[in-house]
Ligand binder design. Structure first.
Ligand code: ARG
Length: 557
């Protein structure tokens, strides 16, 4: 629409501004009653050396097209009103034809790597990991919608000196059966015990160092224990992924890069970037602290493995972009290793992006998983499902598949609560608030969609390609929002910001509900079919929005 209008204005201006120049100037008027689009004349005022208001008046008289209903002047703005029906016909026909592909870009054959979730073995899955999982999954879906092939990588924290401690702790106090039943809880328990004991028993730390050395050297017993800790923890993480309906293409974590770091160190040495400092090796950087590559005992670090991982992924996937979805507290780490890659001469390092996010708060405070007092995420998610169940039982006691719907609503509520906010903001985790069917919640969007589904059944609606004959005046805002969907996806992708889609879906649901409240849709006259078609289009776009965010769309709730 915008393009077509830009063309009309460009012609009216006899090409004094190009179509593209006009397009970027077009804006949404402050209030809907002022018009559908506004064209400000300040730029032209400079060009023509005339008062902008005068230019607006002259220009307004020249803007004519069959899709334009009215043109008005408001100070320096030319405000344009579209003819709703032809535009509605166009938008709705597109949605009916393309279904859930509405707004999708053609496959471009390029890869986007998403490094997200990435919890640490033998440690609880934290709220930060939950945020990473939810944001990363949405970004992967959005990337696919934009025509890319998404490569979902779970960069598991499965290497480091803590595994030496864990091995020693297990040999001293481990209970195989207990660990098999509750791996993370039990492993964390003996890990915490290790730290308590080591405070007055320095020998333990030395043992742990040796155990980690043995692991690094491929000692069989150490390796088997490590593998077991890893598998058992992963199994528990996968329960959470199942609840969230998230999957990965690769679980290659930090350990995967063990044999790929030598190469990095050699290259850094050859390029004379490595500097000795107190026995450690570092790379000096401009405007930030140096990046530590090896410690004085030769051990590699988190950053060393990230360097190796970035190079490996570049060679394996040749990605157009790499998103690292990790909390903002790690921004120095990302800035550092991105800078090291650049210093090595890798231009492609510009394609790497740290997609940061804020904290999850409960009652205004950071949710803690420390000191053995573990808040198990799976339990928290189940609590949300239970809360959703309470609401469902109250609203729709006869619903048949309550369990499944409660799952979809409860989990959806948690996901949406996260994604509706700008990701940099800290967010509040309040289960009762997030599962309500009203307000700015996932269940509200799901509920709106379910109501439309019921409406369509009631009206025995069948999709067809007949053009729309009629449009209620109250439905115009809904149509304009439907038209915007493809642009919203582009914005969400460009800013790595799923909240654009979450906010959009709330607005669309709200506008539809307003329309629905004022209009008898099942009117049993010639207008019913057209009204249902609009409802159907809204439902299609709501479902697709929810899918992109990682939520299901129950048909009834
Ligand atoms: N395991 C890390 C943590 O829990 C996150 C890893 C993020 N990804 C990466 N490539 N550094 O803090």
């Amino acid at each position: 629409m915008k393009k077509q209008l830009a063309k009309v204005i460009n012609e009216a201006l006899q090409n004094d501004l190009s179509i593209e120049e006009v397009e970027v100037l077009l804006e949404k008027p402050k209030y809907d009653h002022l018009g559908d689009v506004a064209f400000p004349c300040f730029t032209l005022a400079k060009k023509y050396k005339k008062a902008p208001q005068m230019i607006a008046t002259e220009l307004a008289s020249k803007i004519k097209a069959d899709f334009i209903k009215e043109v008005k002047v408001e100070n320096a703005y030319v405000n344009i009103f579209y003819k709703p029906l032809p535009i509605a016909q166009n938008v709705v026909a597109n949605i009916v034809e393309q279904q859930n592909n509405y707004g999708s870009k053609q496959q471009n054959g390029e890869n986007i790597v998403l490094d997200f979730s990435s919890p640490n073995i033998a440690k609880p899955f934290s709220m930060g990991h939950l945020r990473s999982t939810v944001i990363g999954n949405a970004l992967a879906n959005i990337s696919e919608k934009m025509g890319y092939n998404a490569v979902r990588i779970n960069h598991i924290g499965d290497w480091g000196t803590q595994f030496g401690k864990l091995i020693v702790a297990y040999k001293l106090w481990g209970d195989k059966e207990k660990i098999e039943q509750h791996p993370i809880q039990e492993l964390l328990k003996i890990y915490v015990k290790f730290h308590d004991e080591a405070e007055h028993n320095e020998a333990l730390n030395e043992e742990a160092r040796q155990a980690f050395k043995a692991l690094e050297d491929g000692d069989e017993e150490a390796t088997n224990l490590w593998k077991w800790f890893r598998d058992a923890s992963l199994q528990e993480f996968k329960e959470i992924y199942q609840l969230l309906n998230v999957s990965f293409d690769s679980y290659n974590g930090e350990a995967f890069y063990n044999d790929k770091m030598d190469r990095v160190i050699t290259e850094l040495t050859e390029k004379q970037l490595l500097v000795q400092s107190d026995g450690a090796n570092i790379v000096q950087l401009d405007n930030m602290p140096p990046c530590l590559i090896t410690k004085n005992d030769g051990a590699t670090l988190y950053a060393t493995r990230d360097l190796a991982a970035a190079i490996y992924r570049h060679e394996t996937y040749n990605p157009a972009k790499v998103f690292y979805v990790v909390g903002h507290e790690q921004s120095l780490h990302f800035n550092q290793f991105f800078a090291v890659l650049k210093k090595m001469g890798n231009q492609w390092a510009d394609q790497l992006q740290h997609v940061q996010f804020g904290m999850m708060l409960m009652g205004g405070k950071k949710m803690s998983t420390r000191k053995g007092k573990v808040v198990l995420l799976a339990d928290v998610l189940k609590e949300a499902v239970n809360a959703a169940m309470t609401n469902i039982v109250e609203k729709n006691p006869t619903l048949v598949n309550k369990e499944q719907v409660a799952n979809e609503v409860g989990i959806g509520a948690v996901i949406f609560n996260d994604l509706k906010n700008d990701r940099m903001h800290d967010i509040e985790f309040d289960i009762d608030q997030m599962v309500t069917f009203e307000g700015e919640t996932g269940p509200y969007v799901q509920y709106t969609n379910a109501r439309i589904q019921t409406l369509l059944k009631k009206g025995s609606y069948n999709v067809n390609n007949e053009p729309l004959n009629y449009l209620d005046e109250e439905a115009w805002l809904v149509i304009k929002q439907l038209e915007e969907f493809p642009i919203i996806i582009e914005k969400a992708f460009a800013n790595a910001d799923p909240s654009q889609i979450a906010k959009y879906s709330l607005q669309l649901a709200r506008s539809f509900n307003k329309y629905y409240a004022n209009t008898k849709i099942i009117s049993e006259d010639s207008k019913q079919q057209d009204r249902l078609t609009v409802a159907y289009a809204v439902s299609t776009v709501l479902q697709e929005s929810l899918r992109l965010l990682g939520l299901a769309s129950p048909e009834e709730m």
